[in-house]
Design a protein around this ligand. Structure first.
Ligand SMILES: [Zn+2]
Length: 111
């Protein structure tokens, strides 16, 4: 399930659809009838991005490292409900490879 905010009433709801916008058929109808839509909330880091951030922190890396920054962008794209499903397969493949590279190049120094 994916958590969304209803674009009409702002209620938090869950849907299996990545592109769900309304909590109920009632709100969908309101939107069709011309109700003012609420802008989506600025997105907090999703679960994948949070995980990558904690890995980067443990490697003493931050956004200053080009590869670390790329890993965060990929994580953000995986979390983003607007990322097309067709793109996710490639992204979820590239992320562990990127993290493995970072561990190899930065992970051993502190051991
Ligand atoms: Zn609603």
């Amino acid at each position: 399930m994916i958590t969304h905010n209803c674009r009409v009433c702002g209620a938090v709801f869950e849907s299996t659809r990545r592109d769900a916008m309304y909590c109920t058929p009632r709100c969908r109808k309101k939107a069709w009838a011309g109700a003012a839509l609420i802008e989506p909330l600025p997105t907090l880091p999703g679960p994948v991005e949070r995980e990558v951030r904690s890995i980067l922190t443990s490697l003493h890396l931050d956004g200053a490292d080009d590869v670390a920054r790329a890993a965060l962008r990929v994580a953000g794209a995986i979390d983003d409900p607007h990322t097309p499903a067709s793109a996710l397969a490639g992204l979820t493949k590239v992320l562990p490879e990127t993290l493995a590279y970072l561990r190899e190049t930065h992970g051993e120094e502190d051991l």
